[in-house]
Design a protein around this ligand. Sequence first.
Ligand code: ADA
Length: 557
Amino acid sequence: MERTFITHRVREDLGMSQVWTLTTLDPGGLDRPEKTVVPGVWETHPKLKNYRGRGVYEQDIVCGGNVRFWFGGVGFRAKVRLDGQLIAGHYDAYTGFEALALGIKEGLHRLSVEADNRFGEDSALQFPNDYYAYGGISRPVTAQRLGDAYIVRCCAAPERAGDGWQTRAEMTVRNVSALPVNAVLSLSLAGACQEREISLRPGETGTFAFSLFCGQAESWSPEDPKLYALEALLSQDGKPVDDWIDRIGFREITVSGSQILLNGKPLRLRGFNRHEEYASFGQSVPLKAMLQDIQLMRDMGANCVRTCHYPNDPRFLDLCDEMGLLVWEESHARGLSEEQMKHPLFMEQLRRSTEEMVLQHMNHPSVFIWGCLNECADDTEYGAKCYEDIFALLRRLDPSRPVTAALVDRPGGRVYGSMDVVSVNLYPQWYLEQTSAQVLDRKLREIAANGGAGKPVIVSEIGAGAIYGFHDPLGEAKWSEERQCAILEQQITAVMDCPDVCGLFLWQLADVRVSEEWAMRRPRTFNNKGVVDEYRRPKLAYRTVKALFERMARKAE
Ligand code: ADA
C-alpha cells in the first residue's frame, strides 16, 4: 500500500506482485538476472552494496484499457516502459510520479523500470554527498485501471472561519479519452459536501476550486491529532467512475513576531533531523521501522522531525499525522556551492522537487513548515536569488504554511529577510571551539543585523558525533559516546535557556551511510552523529537527550 489508509473505493486496483526480476546493465553488477523485492534498494544485495549503475526491474502484469502506474520513488533516475515502449521518465528519488498506458489491449503486458543511480552531468541534486544516493524502486508501486477521466489530485488547506473551520480545495481532473467528458465532481469532508458539473475536452486537464464550510469540526493538534477523510468523487450519468481519498486535519499555522503558532499556541520545538534510511534496508525504510523511529523520537520527548534533506515517503508523513508529530519537510538540495547552483539544470530540478513535494504532501496536517536549499550559497547575489525564487514558489503553491531554509553558519547571509522563519545550523564544540551560548549569541546578533530582526529563529541542526560502542572513561575523546553526551548537554541547555529561539532539531536521530567520497571525513563511511546507530541501538546520548527534552517540555508548559 502506498499510504497507511484506503485511498480508493471506486477506482480499481490491479494488484501487483512485490517480487520483480532485476537485471543490472553496468560493470560491478549481477552475473545474471535475479529475483528481488519491491519496494527495496539494490544495495541490500551483498553483491550490489557499492553498485552505481543501471538496474532494470521487470514483471508481467495482466491489464487492459487505461492503466495508471504510480511510483512512490525510484532512485534516482527512472525510465518506465510497457512492452518496450517508454511511457514515463523521472529524475530524483524522493517524490512520486505516474506513468499512464492508455488504450492498451486486455492481456499480459511487461512492465519494466530502469533505475539509474550514477552521478553525472544531468544530475544537479544528486552528487557525492553526506548521505547515500541509493539505487532501485525504493517506495511502493501501484497499478490502477482508469475510465475516461480520473482525479489526479486534490490539494486542500483548512482555515479558520469565525469560530469554525473552512477548507479551500483545488481538484485536478484529467480526461484521458478521445471524447469530451461531462461529469459531476464532488468533495466531502467532515459532513460537508459540495458538487459541481464539469466538462473536459479530449485530453484536457482541468482544475476546479471548492470551498467547504466544516463548522465545528474538531481541531488537529499534537496532543489530539484528529483526522478527517477528504473524499473526492467523479460521476458520469449518475454512476461513480473514479474517486480519490486523502485525509486532513483542521489546524492553522501562523507566525506572529518571533513565534510560530499552532492554533494560536506558540510552538517550542524539540526534534530530530532524520534521514530516510535504516541499516541494511537503506533508503527503502519498512513501515514498521518508520513507526519505530517515531516511537523512539517520542520516547525521547521530541515533538517534531525534519525530513533532511528531501521529501519523505508519504507513509512516514501519514504516521506523523496520526501520532501528532510535527514535520518540517524540505525539497531536495544539500550543501551546494554557488558554482553548483549555476549548473544549467539545478533550478529546473529543484523547482520540480519542490512542486512535487507540495502538491503530493500538502494535505498532511503534521507538516507545519516548508524548507528548501539546506546550506547552499545564501551569501552570494546569485545564490540568494535562487532562495527567493524557491520561497516564492512555495508560497504560491501553498500560502497556508511558513517557509524557511536551514542555513550554514557563515557571515554574509542575504536571505534572512526573505524567509518567514530563520533557521541556522550550528555545531559549537564539534566543528567550532566556542561554547554553545557564545555561538548562539553571535548568530542571533548577525541575523538581527541582516534582515532577520524580530522573526522566529530555529536551530535547525546542532549535534556531535560518536561511534556506537566507543567509550572513553574520561569523556574527552572525540567520537566517544561520553563526549557526545557532554557536547549535546551543553548545546541543548544553551538553546533551552535562550528565549530568542523557538527550538531545535538535533542532528541527528540515527547514523546514516554517506557517499564513498566522504569517507575520509566520516569514520565507517557513516555520518555518526546519531543518538542511535543505524540499527537503532541507543548510544549513551539517548538518555541525555531524553532527560533534556523532557526538561524542555516541562519548561514550555
Ligand atoms: C550540515 C548538513 C548535514 C550534515 C551535517 C554534519 O549542517 O546540513 O547534512 O552534513 O552538517 O554532520 O556535518
